[in-house]
Design a protein around this ligand. Structure first.
Ligand code: ADP
Length: 330
């Protein structure tokens, strides 16, 4: 009977536990042995693992974080690191390794495949949604929710003081989280890397929007959602420039790591459960070095390489909605 291993790697995301739970149950159902490696690829190199059975799944679907812990692992990037991992997998007689993580973790999986002949399957888990080949990654929907409820609160105080606020949202180098959190919180403006052109153009546009509002209504609140890593010099630089241009206070708020935590929302639980189950269903097939994902609510298998080599554009529908419901320059 097959022996399966699972690990979580890279940035943690809500729903990783729901995914582990589904994998445990599916393996149990099909009679496979399952072990969980701890601390991402570190666990593979250091042979840190635990056997996972049904008693690990109690109350697991709703827990944020990952019971296997996640980590980055520099050593794994070397040839020796991958060879050590391969040897350890062989020692335990593992047939299939399931990696839950982002594109970095999938690059790691591809690297391992050069030294280990077993089956490797990926499941997209990151709040950034920056993995090509799937509509959504596990954790993304929860992170939108977390950002939205924070922006709602910023809105209350912005309204009370009729102030301009800048809210920085995570996303690594992608604008999915920022754009959709901005739409769902009715923010006034959004800056994302996919559309960013120049500092001057953005400043001019934001200033014009605020000015137009003031003419119409007098003092107003104004919320700009800014994707992380997009503004040269960071959020405080933007705050200073906008403040001197508008002759009023501008408050920067960085949401930070709260966006990575929390109990997963139902969309993430469902996605995680379906993808975990689907991955285990591939164990006895010849599918290898693929990520399982969902496109238009259907399961897909995508070569690992395509998950980072292909570009993942912001979806057209969110963009056209943004153009109509927000006064963006784009
Ligand atoms: P994420 O999976 O969230 O994108 P990272 O980019 O930090 O997170 O990648 C997680 C881990 O995957 C890294 O710490 C490293 O161990 C491994 N990894 C990433 N890129 C490579 C690579 N090019 N070659 C080998 N391993 C890699």
């Amino acid at each position: 009977s097959k022996r399966v291993a699972v690990l979580t790697s890279g940035g943690d995301a809500p729903g990783m536990n729901a995914c582990i739970r589904a994998i445990v149950i599916a393996c149990e159902h099909l009679g496979y042995a399952l072990i969980g490696y701890q601390h991402g690829y570190n666990g593979l190199i250091n042979q840190e693992y635990e056997s996972l059975s049904l008693n690990a799944t109690h109350n697991l679907i709703q827990q944020g974080g990952t019971i296997l812990h996640s980590a980055r692992c520099e050593a794994f990037k070397s040839v020796q690191g991958a060879k050590d991992a391969a040897r350890n997998l062989n020692t335990l007689g593992i047939d299939t390794l399931i990696v839950i993580g982002g594109d970095g973790s999938f690059r790691g999986a591809e690297h391992l495949s050069q030294y280990w002949p077993g089956q490797i399957l990926g499941i997209p888990g990151t709040i950034d949604n920056d993995v090509a080949g799937c509509d959504a990654t596990v954790g993304y929907y929860t992170a939108i929710d977390t950002a939205v409820s924070s922006i709602d609160k910023v809105r209350d105080t912005a309204d009370a003081f009729e102030r301009i606020f800048l809210v920085e949202v995570m996303g690594r180098h992608a604008g999915f989280l920022a754009l959709n959190a901005a739409l769902a919180s009715a923010a006034d403006y959004v800056i994302v890397p996919e559309l960013f052109e120049s500092e001057d153009a953005e400043l001019k546009s934001i200033a014009a929007q605020i000015e137009a509002r003031r003419q119409l209504k007098g003092p107003v609140s104004f919320i700009v959602v800014v994707a992380e890593n997009v503004w040269p010099g960071g959020l405080s630089t933007l705050a200073e420039r906008l403040s001197s241009q508008m002759q009023s206070e501008v408050r920067p708020v960085t949401l930070g790591h709260v966006q990575r935590g929390g109990s997963p929302v139902s969309q993430d639980r469902l996605l995680a459960t379906k993808l975990g189950t689907h991955a285990v269903a591939l164990v006895e097939t010849d599918k290898n070095k693929v990520m399982v994902g969902e496109v238009n609510h259907k399961p897909v298998e995508v070569p690992l390489k395509a998950t980072w080599e292909n570009n993942k554009p912001l979806d057209d529908c969110s963009l056209s909605t943004m153009r109509i419901t927000m006064n963006n320059r784009y």
